[in-house]
Write a protein that binds this ligand. Structure first.
Ligand code: AMP
Ligand code: MG
Length: 357
């Protein structure tokens, strides 16, 4: 398949391009597009045959449901059978924006989109290109991240091209995204809302609006054992190894100076063995590493810069062809919780405590 790639200026959107992309979705095709979180891979979410193409292009397991993206609140009534009061409060505060809500679904939403579940995930994004595309398509757009399943999510069009060129109809290139990690998912079908996946909107921000909030225990797990063998995450996608670079990633936790010392030692040993080592550092620490391919993920003083840099760095290490990657850890509150959740999964839960070594 020949993939059409079109640049779209976010400040001054070319509506002819949007119409062309909207037509592709209307006709059951696939369009990758920018959102404020990461790039999405979109299809008509009300058409199970169109949604099936997303699973095929990504190699995504069929029990991992898709998020439906809407561009107005009226459309929500067509897909959600019940909108609880706490959901309304969250919608008022965070929509449009990086928050996905889980509702009971209406019969019209195909099981092919919801992975067989009776619930549907819905997001109202705020990226102008995403909004125009949804309007032009005239249907809720089902869209997971536009990466091959298991690879880091795309934060710029080049990442989408790497994974999807030749497999989908069209890519809308709207440049680098603003946030860089996926939306916060909140299940509002239960009385106490539950965070199923952390994101830019933090637990504290959700609590401020609806009071008590619970968190699915898969979110904070630092080991697979901690979860118990038969634990099923409420968001099916959270059980898969995800976001993974090609090289094995190990994280080191503890006092940052000690972490740097240990990573320096490990890197020197690996390089003696002829291995290429990638190091995830920060603006504050990068000059303290003695060897290896040292890349700063952002500044510890600015968690948003770390979120933005995360997936791009993992892909950059793939391009450099490193054999192993060592990383510092980050605070796991606020936005740090979402950052650590992604990194821990990318590391396949390999975290080594360095204190007391
Ligand atoms: P992605 O689109 O790649 O960011 O992944 C979407 C995430 O939303 C996955 O973790 C899904 O399992 C989750 N998800 C989508 N629909 C539902 C639903 N109805 N209930 C719970 N989680 C969902
Ligand atoms: Mg994804």
């Amino acid at each position: 398949m020949n993939t059409i790639i079109r640049k779209t200026d976010v400040e001054n959107i070319d509506m002819d391009i949007i119409k062309e992309a909207g037509d592709v979705i209307r006709h059951g095709g696939l369009v990758a597009f920018p959102t404020e979180t990461v790039y999405g891979l979109g299809a008509d979410g009300m058409d199970a045959t169109a949604s099936a193409k997303i699973y095929a292009a990504k190699g995504r397991p069929s029990d991992n449901p898709l998020i439906l993206h809407i561009a107005d609140l009226e459309t929500l009534d067509k897909i959600a059978s019940e909108i609880p009061k706490k959901a309304k409060l969250l919608m008022d505060k965070f929509w449009p924006g990086p928050m996905t809500l889980i509702f009971k679904k209406k019969a019209e939403v195909p099981y092919g989109t919801t992975g067989g579940l009776e619930t549907v995930a819905v997001r109202y994004p705020e990226h102008p290109v995403a909004l125009e595309l949804i309007k032009a398509a005239g249907t809720p757009i089902a869209a997971p991240s536009a990466n091959t399943s298991g690879r880091p999510s795309p934060t710029k069009a080049e990442h989408v091209i790497e994974d999807m060129d030749g497999k989908i109809d069209m890519i809308l290139d709207g440049g680098q995204v603003g946030i860089g990690i996926e939306s916060t998912i909140v299940d509002v079908t239960q009385d106490i809302p539950m965070i199923l996946r952390p994101g830019y909107i933090t637990k504290a921000m959700v609590e401020e609006v609806v009071g008590e909030v619970s968190v699915d225990k898969v979110v904070q797990a630092k080991s697979i054992e901690e979860l118990g063998g038969d634990y099923a995450p409420k968001a099916p996608g959270m059980k898969y190894k995800h976001y993974a670079p090609k090289a094995e990633l190990t994280m080191f936790e503890g006092d940052v100076n000690k972490v740097i010392e240990v990573i320096n030692r490990k890197t020197a040993e690996d390089e003696l063995d002829g291995e290429k080592v990638g190091i995830i550092a920060t603006d504050e620490s990068k000059h303290l590493y003695k060897s290896g391919r040292v890349v700063s993920i952002g500044s510890r003083k600015d968690e948003e810069s770390i979120a933005r840099g995360l997936y791009g760095i993992l892909r950059d290490f793939d391009d450099m062809g490193v054999d192993v990657i060592y990383s510092e850890t980050f605070y796991d509150d606020n936005l740090g919780q979402a950052i650590m959740n992604r990194l821990i999964k990318a590391a396949g839960y390999k975290i080594i405590a360095v204190d007391g070594e």
